[in-house]
Design a protein around this ligand. Structure first.
Ligand code: PLP
Length: 402
């Protein structure tokens, strides 16, 4: 086969073999370089490193073969030029934002964000002189006046927590580029793709510049590691890695090893999660004690058309609203036997949480209304257990509501 007609390999093939696809030697599994530092052959190595020789290994906060292996694999999986791995999703987000913005700069963001990101924008960036403005996803045209010559980043998340509402990626990119042209600036469009994952949503195809994912969630997938990743151009990743050396949110080799192992089953797991979520959403939509099921894959979902336009799968997150408010929601969550009452998401085990007690705790009724959150909501991160077992589990728990 000629190199020029290179066939695009499947996601699993890329995840399993990484850059070793044509290698005949070496270990099949990635070894853990559980070391903080590296031996120099002689002292000239230190000088070679200082002069920028990438082959000299010095210290694990700068580089580590296990971490670099995972970065290469994720970049391959997500069709990006390069990736940088971090100790958490928040480390990835904060390092990226501080790499792109300095005091006096502005960010335009959609308002429905992961709680940690929202609070970082609200409570921390202000102190560094970085201003965040919010654009309503239902009136993205406002980008044209919210973006100014000071805007360095347009940041968004879709689907969002816990209502799973969507942002039109194509429209957001088109309007940002239009505003960018007017001001002759360069704006980095950055997405938090944690909920959808690269299997269900491919932001680079829409012209997004940087993808962030909390690898703690679907990429890790077993509720046993913390991590975050940024994927983008080589130039951006080089810059962000330089700043990461100062800020220190680098990935640990053992967490990277666990993630490497997880990547091999990523497509299998998330495919099953997509299917289970659809089955559970359909079953619960018919249940008399459930007043609403929010799942982008259901034809009844208000943004189903947009979901079909920009997502290739609808993900593993389902939000339901039970009749009887928060008391009923608590009763259901405490009565489930298969699904686990725990925060977080993306793992092989199904988890449930009540938004008014978790992501949206301590919010006024007005704020809850603004976010579309109601007391009877239960957010479900659907795992890979048997779909029938999950449906039966929710049925028996819903029977406990009086
Ligand atoms: C969990 C999460 C994060 C933060 O990731 P950590 O690994 O917990 O730091 C960011 N965005 C979304 C959508 C998340 O679910």
């Amino acid at each position: 086969m000629k190199k020029s007609n290179k066939v695009k390999l499947s996601l699993s093939t890329r995840a399993i073999h990484g850059k070793h696809l044509h290698a005949f030697k070496g270990p099949v599994a990635t070894p853990i370089y559980q070391t903080s530092t590296y031996r120099f052959e002689d002292s000239r190595d230190a000088i070679r490193y200082a002069q920028g020789d990438p082959n000299v290994l010095v210290y694990t906060r700068y580089h580590n073969p296990t971490v670099n292996e995972v970065e290469d694999r994720i970049a391959l999986m997500e069709d990006g030029e390069a990736a940088a791995l971090f100790s958490s999703g928040m480390a990835a987000i904060s390092t990226a934002v501080l790499c792109l913005c300095k005091s006096g700069d502005e960010i335009v963001s959609t308002p429905a964000l992961y709680g940690g990101t929202y609070r970082f924008f609200r409570d921390s960036l202000h102190d560094y002189g970085i201003n965040v403005k919010y654009v309503d996803p239902n009136s993205l045209e406002d980008l044209l006046y919210l973006i100014t010559p000071k805007t360095k980043v347009v940041y968004f998340e879709t689907p969002t927590n816990p209502t799973l509402s969507l942002v039109d990626i194509e429209k957001l990119v088109r309007l940002t580029r239009k505003a960018e042209k007017e001001f002759r600036t360069r704006i980095t469009i950055m997405i938090d793709n944690t909920f959808a994952t690269i299997l269900n949503q491919k932001p680079f195809n829409f012209g997004v510049d940087v993808i962030m994912e909390s690898t703690t969630k679907y990429l890790g997938g077993h509720a046993d590691l913390m991590g975050g990743v940024l994927i983008g151009t080589k130039q951006f990743i080089k810059k962000v890695k330089n700043l990461a050396k100062h800020l220190g949110g680098c990935a640990d080799p053992f967490a990277a090893f666990l993630l490497d192992r997880s990547l091999k089953t990523f497509e299998l797991r998330v495919q099953q999660q997509n299917e289970n979520a659809m089955d559970l959403a359909k079953a619960l939509a018919k249940h008399p004690k459930v007043s609403r099921v929010l799942y982008p894959g259901l034809p009844s979902y208000p943004q189903h058309r947009l979901a079909k336009k920009q997502m290739s799968g609808f993900g593993g997150m389902v939000t339901i609203e039970v009749k009887g408010g928060v008391k009923a929601a608590v009763k259901v969550c405490d009565s489930l036997k298969v699904a686990v009452n725990a925060m977080s998401l993306g793992g092989v085990e199904t988890l449930v949480s009540i938004p008014v007690y978790s992501s949206h705790v301590n919010m006024s009724d007005k704020e809850l209304h603004k976010h579309g959150v109601t007391p009877g909501m239960i957010r479900i991160s659907v795992g890979v257990e048997g779909a029938e077992d999950l449906i039966e589990d929710f049925r028996q728990a819903l029977r406990k509501i009086t």
